[in-house]
Design a protein around this ligand. Structure first.
Ligand code: HEC
Ligand code: HEC
Length: 430
């Protein structure tokens, strides 16, 4: 666990102290005669933040609680399913939720795993330990466009979004929380009078969700075969080894340029540099919002994110996702344009070689390349390898090589158990 993680905890604990102090002060000043005298347990709590363990348990209960949604049917876990690495439970490009549980979203659901060290969004990212290191451009933040700085800030979005949990305002969420099965645990964590202070209660709710998402066993267990390899406890087979080499090779997959695979200063790789790139992913006609031909999801420059709309050079850029557990996803890219990993790999190898395999033809029979971006933004689309190929030229890698890369990607799935063949049994329980 690095210093970054340490600082995050310090922030969380300070924040918890502030919430606890706020509710304690509230207890003394406002509702003292009522709530506090009848709740002696609460008096002991003054100045004591809830433990990380209590917050994690509370956050978990809230995360799985569908009574917090307007429809009564949607919880965070409906879209971020733990059985699917905290990503979508199906191959739909967008999920249905909202007030009646039938409103489609506009983007694919990202996994929530391995996001614990995401830096807050910045337009000019430099490596923390480099003095004059290069400006790596926009990096970090939560969601596909980085518009929420932290998981804390992020949690507010789905609770209030009309196409997610669809609460009309914070008060509506708190009223539901107060009537929910998690209410006693919420009071136990923040004080018996917590619901009388809507600001402290709101902060407490977001804090519990954030702390839960920091739970290592749930969100970043590092139990994949590749992690075992990095620990010297397993070996890649020949095919996986070839896949890793292609993944790293700057002239072949070049995947590691954006999805780093090596340990950095003792930290295990997350398979994302959290940077923003335009890949020119094809438009997905199965997203209902795309029925409107003038609607474009431009990522960093809008429309969901508003502050960078004037930056034309950012239009079409989306955050690079982690590839851990990616073989368990059934929908890929911000718009869910692909539903098979094989197709994703073919796109990387052949986008420029055989564009007609991915984009529709226009009326004149020409390939309408980059059809999910207005032409003015085509220069923003990356031409770094493997996207450095000519029309009808050699793909950056063959189908057989793509299959090797996929074999390697499967070693990033958590829950690896060494096969019981003689020497490898050390970590299996007999
Ligand atoms: C209806 C489906 C849905 C529900 C319910 C939902 N989310 Fe999400 N979540 C999404 C989508 C879609 C995105 C991507 C949004 C974007 O890029 O604008 C997302 C993004 C996120 C992110 C950012 C991930 C990243 O890659 O940066 C976090 C964190 C998150 N959700 C947490 C939650 C929490 C906590 C809840 C419950 C309070 C929740 N979500 C409920 C669909 C959902
Ligand atoms: C120049 C940077 C870059 C390179 C090189 C790159 N990727 Fe990506 N990758 C991205 C970005 C950015 C996205 C998200 C794009 C979007 O949704 O519009 C992405 C998304 C993905 C996804 C979808 C994951 C998900 O959760 O939806 C997979 C799988 C993937 N990349 C695998 C690879 C592989 C394999 C390679 C090498 C053959 C590779 N990438 C090379 C930047 C890169």
């Amino acid at each position: 666990m690095g210093t970054q993680q340490h600082t995050r905890w310090a922030t969380i604990v300070n924040f918890a102290l502030a919430v606890a102090a706020a509710s304690a002060a509230l207890c003394l000043l406002v509702i003292a005669p009522v709530a506090c005298h009848t709740a002696p347990a609460n008096a002991k709590r003054i100045g004591q933040p809830p433990s990380a363990q209590a917050l994690t348990a509370l956050g978990r209960a809230i995360f799985f609680d569908s009574t917090l949604s307007a429809s009564g049917r949607t919880s965070c876990a409906s879209c971020h399913d733990p059985r699917h690495d905290w990503g979508p439970p199906n191959a739909r490009p967008v999920q249905l939720a909202g007030r009646a549980g039938a409103t489609p979203g506009v983007r694919a659901v990202p996994s929530l795993a391995y996001a614990q060290d995401t830096p807050p969004f910045t337009e000019h990212f430099r490596e923390p330990d480099g003095n004059d290191s290069d400006d790596q451009g926009p990096t970090g933040g939560r969601t596909w466009d980085g518009r929420a700085s932290t998981a804390h800030e992020q949690a507010e979005l789905p609770l209030l979004s009309p196409f997610e949990m669809a609460n009309s305002d914070r008060g509506a969420v708190l009223a539901r929380l107060r009537a929910s099965p998690a209410a006693p645990a919420f009071r136990a964590a923040f004080g018996a009078g917590i619901f009388a202070d809507s600001i402290a209660a709101w902060k407490g709710l977001l804090l519990a969700l954030e702390v839960f998402q920091e739970s290592p066993v749930d969100f970043y267990p590092y139990t994949s075969k590749y992690d075992a390899v990095l620990r010297g406890q397993a070996e890649l087979n020949a095919r996986e080894r070839r896949g890793l080499a292609l993944f790293n090779d700057a002239k072949k997959g070049n995947c590691a340029q954006c999805h780093p695979s090596a340990m950095v200063r003792g930290a295990f790789p997350q398979f994302t540099d959290r940077g923003f790139i335009a890949l020119g992913v094809p438009r997905n006609p199965n997203i209902p919002a795309n029925a409107n031909a003038s609607y474009f999801d431009l990522g960093l420059c809008g429309p969901l994110r508003g502050d960078l709309a004037a930056h034309r050079e950012y239009c079409g850029l989306f955050k690079t996702p982690s590839l851990r557990n990616v073989s368990r996803r059934s929908v890929f890219f911000h718009n869910g344009a692909f539903t098979r990993l094989e197709d994703v790999l073919r796109f990387y190898a052949q986008r420029d070689v055989r564009p007609e395999g991915f984009y529709p033809l226009d009326n004149a029979g020409r390939v309408n390349k980059f059809d999910d971006l207005p032409p003015a933004y085509w220069p923003n689309v990356t031409v770094d390898p493997p996207f450095d190929r000519r029309r009808n030229g050699e793909p950056a890698f063959s189908d057989a090589e793509a299959a090797d890369i996929i074999a390697f990607l499967r070693t990033l799935d958590d829950g690896y158990r060494p096969v019981s063949t003689g020497g490898e049994q050390r970590s299996s329980p007999r």
